[in-house]
Design a protein around this ligand. Sequence first.
Ligand code: NAP
Length: 275
Amino acid sequence: MAALSGQVALITGASAPRGIGRAIAQRLAADGAAVVVTDIAGNFTLDDATHDRETLLTEMAAEIEASGGTALALTLDVTSGEDIARSVGETMSRFGRIDILVNNAGSLAGSASFMDTTPVQWNTSFQVNLLGPVILCQAVIPAMRSQGGGRIINIGSTGSLGAEPGFGAYTAMKHALAALSKTIASEEGQHGILCNTVCPGFIMTDMHMAANRRLATEAGLSIEALQAQRYATVATRNAGQPEDVAAAVAYLAGPGGRYVTGTNLPVSGGVPYGI
Ligand code: NAP
């Protein structure tokens, strides 16, 4: 039997074609879970083409179903309490349970030097990277308790563990997210709920490439030179792939993770932040 057979997983921020959320959804579905794939509504531009997130989610759910899995696509803006309540309600109506929550949605909004980051940018980062996961955890924990357990996996960052210049608001929120995981782990372990933080380093996604482009412009470097400089700080000297993060999530969600809670698991090739 597949490792996650009979289980239901909800993943936020899952529409991006080269994103970590999509890779997590595909991996958990391949491991047998029914997956609820969610993202904020609206369009975004990628490679000079405009994409509609709801269409991307619906297509992903159809692909998973075509390969024998079970998937439900829902619109969920993590900054909306109404969206969170509706999405958890629809998940419970359709499947009657929720075993795995992956708080993957994240935003680099407000990435700037500390002295240049505005209160509005701090607030946006807080809403998406911290308060959204808080409210989602509060929304699913009652169901997990009544089922006798569950797994919550928060997607932090190596910015949950140290700091790189130019990402102050994001770094502060990702540190707080890791602290949130530890609090939930300490309080909910008695109910069989495990909570951990996966901390990606440099992972080849559109968010990562957007950060590289900004840093390259600020430093007056080509994107290639900037990447060479950044990846030289990684022990393995390269960036990872979304599937590398998905493998860590699958471990924490699966049978092998049953005695692991309150940890930070870097998936970073050994990013050595000195601070
Ligand atoms: P991504 O492709 O930008 O995926 C993030 C997703 O979250 C996007 O679809 C994004 O939509 C969505 N999102 C933003 N605001 C949202 C909201 N209010 N409600 C729901 N969804 C929202 O980035 P990624 O690189 O896969 O990142 C996934 C997670 O990994 C994030 O938490 C990120 O902080 C973390 N991470 C990534 C890296 C890396 O190197 N890639 C490193 C460390 C940590 P938009 O396109 O509108 O923003």
